[in-house]
Write a protein that binds this ligand. Structure first.
Ligand code: SF4
Length: 297
């Protein structure tokens, strides 16, 4: 007898690279904001934001429990934390009851999702199994955030990351290398470092901004944007890392979009990263940099 997949996906579905072995369980379709001009994840018409029917999600969890053993669950799509705490607790409870082998539940999170959630509500979610969230901060600089229509500020991201930290939910933060173009590169690096220092996330990764479908939409709001070349991307990343005062943050720039994969812990590996970047800036020909064709964008 053939079994059908227990979850009804609306493609495309995205997840962070570190959730490759997780069960992807959509609680919403798309992203509740969906206006960042650099993001094409949910621009297809079928990905217009909606909240999925709770009964359907609960019956999918039940069906999964009949077919597979699951250790990690990633709540999709773009920001499952847009849901009320009550709805999230219902799902987390169902996961706990039906899938007792699950050790970690995670989700993407927009800072604005947490505006009306208190630290004690987040603690309830953590106690119910939500162990980690991925926050696309993109930048700590308000001018850059405004130019890319992120709908967030330094202050809103600071508040969300602080609340999550206080609730004991691990934070994996993404910063977009090159997002401010040439004109805003320095302030993008400086303010992003300040945001990370103020919040001390458990994980930090950088990706290089890219436009696989063209930059027309991005340039409408940011017409003076001049993309950084490889050299300028390294200079910006070096400026960011040199200012980071992180105590115990796992750092990665190993997403396919990066020319120079870095991987380690900040602070212990800070000087090594800076030396590698200096070498890449001065003598790129001596480094094993990713070629354009290797950058799977
Ligand atoms: S909040 Fe995230 S998923 Fe939504 S549009 Fe912006 S980058 Fe894309």
């Amino acid at each position: 007898m053939t079994q059908t997949w227990p979850i009804d996906y609306i493609e495309p579905v995205f997840r962070p690279p570190s959730e490759a072995h997780s069960l992807i369980l959509p609680l919403t379709n798309g992203c509740s904001w969906n206006k960042c001009t650099f993001c094409e994840m949910y621009t297809a018409p079928q990905k217009k934001f909606s909240v999925r029917d709770e009964k359907q999600v609960l019956s999918e969890i039940q069906r999964v429990s009949e077919q597979m053993i699951v250790q990690r669950v990633f709540l999709a799509d773009g920001d499952a934390l847009a849901l009320s705490t009550r709805r999230l607790l219902t799902v987390l409870q169902a996961i706990r009851e039906n899938l007792p082998t699950v050790q970690r539940v995670s989700s993407y999170c927009l800072p604005s999702n947490l505006k009306n959630k208190s630290v004690s509500e987040l603690q309830e979610l953590a106690d119910a199994g939500l162990k980690m969230v991925y926050v696309g901060a993109e930048s700590g600089d308000d001018e850059v955030l405004e130019k890319v229509n992120k709908g967030e500020t330094f202050a809103s991201t600071l508040s969300a990351l602080t609340k999550l930290g206080e609730a004991g939910i691990a934070r994996s933060v993404m910063i977009l290398n090159g997002l401010g173009g040439r004109s805003l590169s320095a302030q993008h690096a400086d303010q992003s470092a300040a945001l990370m220092n103020a919040t001390q996330p458990e994980y930090l990764s950088t990706l290089v901004v890219s436009f696989p479908l063209g930059d027309a939409r991005f340039k409408q709001r940011f017409p003076e944007f001049e993309p950084l070349d490889q050299h300028a991307l390294f200079v910006e990343l070096q400026r960011l890392i040199s200012q980071l005062e992180l105590k115990d943050t796992v750092f990665r720039s190993d997403h396919a979009s990066n020319y120079l994969p870095l991987k380690g812990t900040l602070g212990t590996d800070k000087q090594r990263f800076l030396a590698q970047l200096q070498q890449a800036i001065e003598h790129p020909e001596t480094m094993a940099l990713r070629q354009e064709w290797q950058r799977g964008l």
